[in-house]
Design a protein around this ligand. Sequence first.
Ligand code: 1CP
Length: 345
Amino acid sequence: MSYSNSLIQKALDKKILKTPPIWYMRQAGRYMPEYRAIRKKFKNFLDMCKNPEVCCELALQPLDAFKLDAAILFSDILTIPDALNLGVSFIENEGPVFKNPISTASDVDDLISFDPNKLNYVYKAVSNIKNTLSDDIPLIGFCGSPWTLAAYSIEGRSSKDFNKTKNFIEENNQATHLFLTKITDACFLYLRKQVEAGADVIQIFDSWANLLDANAFIDLSINYTKSLINALKNDPITKHIPIVLFSRDPKCDTKTLIDTSADCISLFWNMENFDISLAKNSVAIQGNLNPRVLLESRDTIKKETYSILDKYNSYPGYIFNLGHGITPDIDPNNIKFLTDIVRDY
Ligand code: 1CP
């Protein structure tokens, strides 16, 4: 069997399958004891990401543990801001912190141009993972959406409300658009290199889509995601690569998401209003169990999972996933339980 016969590829080709393919956002990470055993050898998380052998091992851990239908590159979305010399580090219990965030319009003008070769360690991780995976399991490469990367780069850290970012975009409209254009170009070059190295599918994470109201979401997020997808669809190296778009709680209708030309929409857990009759035959869908449910009893996990499968399993092109990433407090035994009940459904 080859990748083109994989369950994921069939789902992305919008076929109705008896059992959906399964993978999980943030499937490698701190909830796994195997991950923590390796993580403790590195003080700085990004140093671990810069080690392609270790990234390969980490990407394969959840496949070994749960027999999932896809691997995702082990890396982070903040490799691009790091390569733009914004000085990214990860601080325990605080998350990412930027030494040189974007604070003024002239910071955007003065930004160094993105050199995709600075991220050779990522492409090496891609090729290591690809060479180790069995050939019926696709490898998902990824990047953050231009908006999400801009929000982290301006805010300089994670935040609940991203007020610094909101003020910046209000006061620096032109610089914001220039910055988003620069990041979009960087994402394109970065993803093309991941595909050259062996990524079979690409996922774009718009993890801070929820910060924007309806108009700003189109203006600052969707329009740049769309031009990124358009660039990928028009490049000879990337044009056949399926693209999955995850937007966290986006303030937009189903048609707006379909019109991005993504091949698959990854649904956030609260997107009950996503119009599947409109989406049918234009996009595949992925999702969308609330990861919080995995902290509940097994009866509840089963009930909530079955209600999602009742809704989506006969949709042409369905991939089972969570509605956001696995968090460190989730018991790996519940991931195993979840995977089993989806396959037995
Ligand atoms: O200390 C540690 O062990 C670091 C924890 C960790 C891990 C395991 C971080 C820090 N990043 C990652 C890996 C990672 N990040 C992967 C590969 C693992 C996998 O999925 O199997 C992926 C795809 C990401 C993507 C990512 N990073 C996103 C998008 C997905 C999402 O959850 O919305 C985001 C927003 C980030 C930023 C990030 N990376 C790490 C932290 C703590 C954060 C900040 C999160 C926040 O702002 O709340």
